[in-house]
Design a protein around this ligand. Structure first.
Ligand code: SF4
Length: 360
C-alpha cells in the first residue's frame, strides 16, 4: 500500500482493530511520542475502537510545546532591539513566554513576521539589507536540515544580516530521560518523520537498557493500529519500523551530514522535562556570525512559569490534559494558557479540539 486513502480504509482499519483485540491478553500502556500521532488518534477516534486494555499516553513530540519560556523571552528581547525582523513559524506566535508573547509584541509594533520556510526568511534578509533578520529555529531532527541549509546558504552568499536563534532538540535523548526517570509505559510509538532522518539506531538503547518496545510509526489510522499490533507482538523489546514507505533503518545520512556541518550537540532545557544532556543542537563556532545568541546576547531575567499550567506533566505522560484544572475552563484554544494548548500538535489542543471523542 502506498496511497493515503488505503491507510484510511474503514474495512482495513476494522480488520486491524480485530487483530489487536484478539492478540491482547493483558494491559498495555504505550506512549505516542509525536503530536501528529496524538492528533490522528483523536481525529480518527482510535481510542474508541481499541480494546480497553490498551492505554495511549501522549509524549513530548510537539516542538513548540517543549520549547521553554526562557527561549521565548530571548526571542522577545531580540524583537525589541533596533532594526530587527523576527521570522517565525506561525505556531510560535501565541506561545507564552514569562511575561508576553510574540503576538502581543507584534501588536505593540515589533517587526515579527510569519514565514512558511527558511527560504522565506532568507528572502526577507535579502530584501532588507539594513535590517537584521532572525529566524526562530525550533523543531526536531525533521526541521533542522532545512535550517542548517539556510545557514550554509547565507554563509556562502555573504548574507550578513541573517541569523538563527536555535532551540533545536533531538528526540532519542529526551525519551531516554523519560525512560530513565521510571516512565510507566511498555513501549514507544516513535515519530515517523524524525526517524526518517535519524534511522533506528539512536533508539536502540531504549529497548536494550530500558526494555521499552519501539516502533517507528506513520500517522494515518491504519499506520497507528499496525504499530500497536507490532508492539504487542514484539518480543524481546527492539526497534522496528512500521512506516517503511518513508523511514529506513539507516535514516537519511545526507540530512545528518547537513545538520552536523552546522550544529553540534549541547544540553537543552525541555519544558516539563528540564535539562537533558546532549538533547539540543547549537550552532558551531564556524558559523557563529549566523548565531543570533552570539550576535545579540539577549539578556533576560530568569524565566517564570504559570504554576497552574500542567504542561510539564502532560508532556511527561503523567497526566491527561483533562486532569489539569484549567482545561476547557480558563484554558481553551481561543484563550490558551500553556504551550500544549497553543500548538496545532499540542496534546491539550488535541484533547480540546476532539473533546467530544475523549474516551474515559
Ligand atoms: S490545559 Fe492549558 S493550562 Fe492545563 S496543562 Fe494544558 S495548556 Fe497548560
Amino acid at each position: 500500500m502506498k496511497y493515503v486513502d488505503e491507510f484510511r480504509d474503514e474495512v482495513l482499519i476494522a480488520k486491524e482493530a480485530a487483530h489487536i483485540r484478539a492478540a491482547v491478553n493483558r494491559k498495555w500502556r504505550f506512549m505516542e511520542v509525536c503530536g501528529t500521532h496524538t492528533m490522528s488518534i483523536f481525529r480518527f477516534a482510535l481510542r474508541q475502537i481499541l480494546p480497553g486494555d490498551i492505554e495511549l499516553v501522549s509524549g513530548p513530540g510537539c516542538p513548540v510545546c517543549v520549547t521553554p519560556n526562557g527561549y521565548l523571552d530571548k526571542a522577545i528581547a531580540i524583537a525589541g532591539m533596533k532594526n530587527v525582523i523576527i521570522a517565525t513559524f506561525g505556531d510560535m506566535l501565541r506561545v507564552p513566554g514569562s511575561h508576553s508573547t510574540l503576538e502581543i509584541q507584534k501588536a505593540d509594533g515589533r517587526d515579527i513576521r510569519t514565514v512558511y520556510s527558511t527560504t522565506d526568511a532568507l528572502e526577507i534578509a535579502e530584501k532588507y539589507p539594513t535590517k537584521e533578520v532572525v529566524f526562530l529555529g525550533v523543531g526536531f531532527e525533521t526541521t533542522v536540515p532545512t535550517v542548517a541549509k539556510s545557514i550554509i546558504i547565507a554563509k556562502k552568499a555573504g548574507l550578513k544580516n541573517y541569523s538563527v536563534l536555535s532551540a533545536h532538540k533531538t528526540m532519542p535523548e529526551a525519551l531516554g530521560s523519560l525512560a530513565g526517570s521510571g516512565l510507566n509505559v511498555d513501549g514507544f510509538i516513535l515519530p515517523g518523520h524524525v526517524s526518517a532522518i535519524t534511522g533506528t539506531s539512536p533508539y536502540r538503547f531504549l529497548a536494550k537498557i530500558y526494555k521499552k518496545r519501539c516502533v517507528v510509526s506513520g500517522f494515518e489510522p491504519l499506520d497507528i493500529l499496525q504499530s500497536i499490533s507490532i508492539l504487542i507482538k514484539q518480543s524481546p523489546a527492539k526497534v522496528e519500523i512500521q512506516y517503511k514507505r518513508i523511514a529506513a533503518p539507516g535514516g537519511n545520512p545526507k540530512a545528518r551530514v547537513c545538520i552536523y556541518k552546522v550544529f553540534e550537540k549541547c544540553d537543552s532545557v525541555w519544558r516539563g522535562i528540564g535539562r537533558v544532556a546532549d538533547s539540543g543542537l547549537k550552532i558551531k563556532k564556524a558559523y557563529a556570525d549566523l548565531d543570533a545568541e552570539v550576535k545579540f546576547h539577549p539578556r533576560v531575567r530568569p524565566p517564570k512559569e504559570d504554576k497552574r499550567c500542567r504542561c510539564g506533566d502532560v508532556l511527561r505522560g503523567l497526566i491527561a490534559p483533562t486532569e489539569c484544572m484549567l482545561f476547557g475552563k480558563a484554558c481553551t484554544s481561543q484563550h490558551p494558557i500553556g504551550a500544549c494548548m497553543v500548538s496545532s500538535e499540542g496534546t491539550c489542543a488535541a484533547y480540546y479540539k476532539y473533546r467530544g471523542n475523549i474516551n474515559g
